[in-house]
Design a protein around this ligand. Structure first.
Ligand code: PEP
Ligand code: CO
Length: 447
């Protein structure tokens, strides 16, 4: 991969996980239209995130990244967006206040519409159709029409990303994120449990602190009326990502302006693949998922290709190894990065290595496995003098029943009562808050 890079140099290389479109002419027309539409974010914002990620790498900040496994077009609604933002905000507050650590909030949001699949096709009762690859590509219903990849969905996905981002920006610029309005921070805990009590206590302490600050300073408070909020999604559909890749007006190079933080998934991170070729030339900070198959050789090449100058803030590695494997697989990877002297930000995704199937045919994850992997990640990084700089979660602000466990004690039998995800199981509101308290506790115990 030493040849010249351009936004579409990846086209010379086989690309994994791409849909097969029947109407190529329409696909090209849609991508042309997309490339003329305004970007969703700006290069200044992207650079600002990178600055903040440098802080996280240096131990001055912590990353909370979360949202749906896959957003759906049907869920592009006020309540769903607001509740996702709200849970991320409340979690970040719990961590910030509990651990005295600056937070960087990044949603899996406003573009998380494309999914990698283990098989190109799905067979039910002898009928074989293309797999559902996310609303950006096709629809989930098991009919031939729904499953046929439709280029027009790329435009619909772009539009919904813009609508989502517009609302998320408005919410985080004022009102909703304004700490002066405790009603925005009201609990929707269904049960009176330990998390609910801790959260209530936290809000009260926060209000006290805010009043104190206002008494001693008349200027400081505007800072508490808004929050920074960034977006991220898996950069999977390379045609779509390229159409949103633009040359910055400042002449600082090409940026993916469809999101602040694009990441490359575990299935498409091959060092000889098209996704890494695409990613290496854009200026955004990049994240790469690190699954159980990652070797130290691959990691060396990945770092060389994506961050040849060892620039801070450029590369985030999101390990997702599973509760049972993290203890053996993570230490050699951390030690290897240390040996290379590579500057990376380490984040733990305690979700994707802990997915299991129920006897009823549902996908779920046990809350205890998620927390155990996260605690192990803190412990392992600490013991090697490395630093865990953030977490990557699949969550929702609603009280869904997709992961088992947590203080409300959800069992496999409860999963049917409100299981909504068409892909991976997410933490519900209470489970997510419990994870936040766990993180605050871990961080507070760090020297
Ligand atoms: C995901 O984040 O939804 C995902 C598919 O993750 P991974 O690439 O780590 O499997
Ligand atoms: Co997922």
């Amino acid at each position: 991969m030493t040849s010249a890079w351009s936004p579409d140099s990846w086209k010379k290389i086989p690309a994994a996980q791409q849909p097969t479109y029947q109407d190529q002419r329409l696909l090209h027309e849609v991508l042309r239209q997309l490339s003329l539409l305004p970007p969703l974010v700006t290069s200044w914002e992207v650079d600002h995130l990178r600055e903040q990620l440098i802080d996280a790498q240096e131990g001055q900040a912590w990353v909370l990244q979360g949202g749906d496994c896959a957003e759906s077009f049907a869920d592009c609604q006020a309540e769903s967006i607001a509740s996702k933002l709200k849970v991320l905000l409340q979690m970040s507050l719990a961590i910030l206040f509990g651990a005295r650590c600056k937070m960087i909030r990044i949603g899996r949001l406003a573009g998380q519409y494309a999914k990698p699949r283990s098989s190109d096709t799905e067979t039910i009762d002898g009928v074989t159709l293309p797999s559902y690859r996310g609303d950006l590509i096709n629809r989930a219903d098991f009919t031939s029409t729904a499953r046929t990849p439709d280029p027009l969905l790329l435009l619909r996905g772009y539009e919904r990303s813009a609508l989502t981002l517009n609302f998320a920006r408005a919410l985080s610029e004022g009102g909703f994120a304004d700490l002066h309005h405790p009603e925005n921070w009201k609990l929707i805990f269904v049960s009176e449990n330990e998390s609910a009590r801790r959260y209530q206590e936290l809000v009260e302490r926060l209000m006290h602190a805010l009043r104190f600050m206002e008494t001693i300073s008349s200027t400081a408070t505007s800072e508490f009326r808004r929050v920074d909020f960034f977006t991220s999604h898996e950069a999977l559909h390379l045609g779509y990502e390229t159409a949103l890749t633009r040359s910055s007006v400042r002449g600082t190079g090409f940026y993916n302006l469809g999101t602040h933080l694009p990441w490359i998934g575990d299935r498409t991170r091959s060092v000889t693949g098209a996704h890494i070729e695409y990613a290496r030339g854009i200026r955004n900070p990049l994240a790469v998922k690190v699954g159980t198959g990652m070797t130290t050789d691959e990691l060396t090449r990945l770092i060389d290709i994506l961050n040849p100058n060892n620039a801070p803030g450029r590369l985030t590695l999101i390990h997702r190894l599973g509760r049972g494997k993290i203890d053996t697989l993570l230490p050699p990877l951390i030690e290897h990065v240390q040996k290379l002297g590579a500057r990376v930000l380490w984040i733990c995704d305690p979700m994707h290595g802990n997915t299991i199937g129920t006897s009823g045919g549902r996908k779920t994850r046990r809350f205890d496995d998620i927390v155990a992997e996260l605690r192990a990640a803190f412990r392992i990084h600490r013991s090697l003098n490395s630093r865990l700089g953030g977490v990557h979660l699949e969550l929702t602000g609603e009280n869904v029943t997709e992961c088992t466990g947590g203080s409300s004690g959800l069992t496999e039998n409860d999963l049917d009562s409100d299981y909504r995800s068409i892909v991976d199981p997410r933490l519900n509101y209470e489970q997510a808050m419990e994870v936040a308290f766990t993180i605050a506790e871990e961080l507070a115990s760090e020297p």
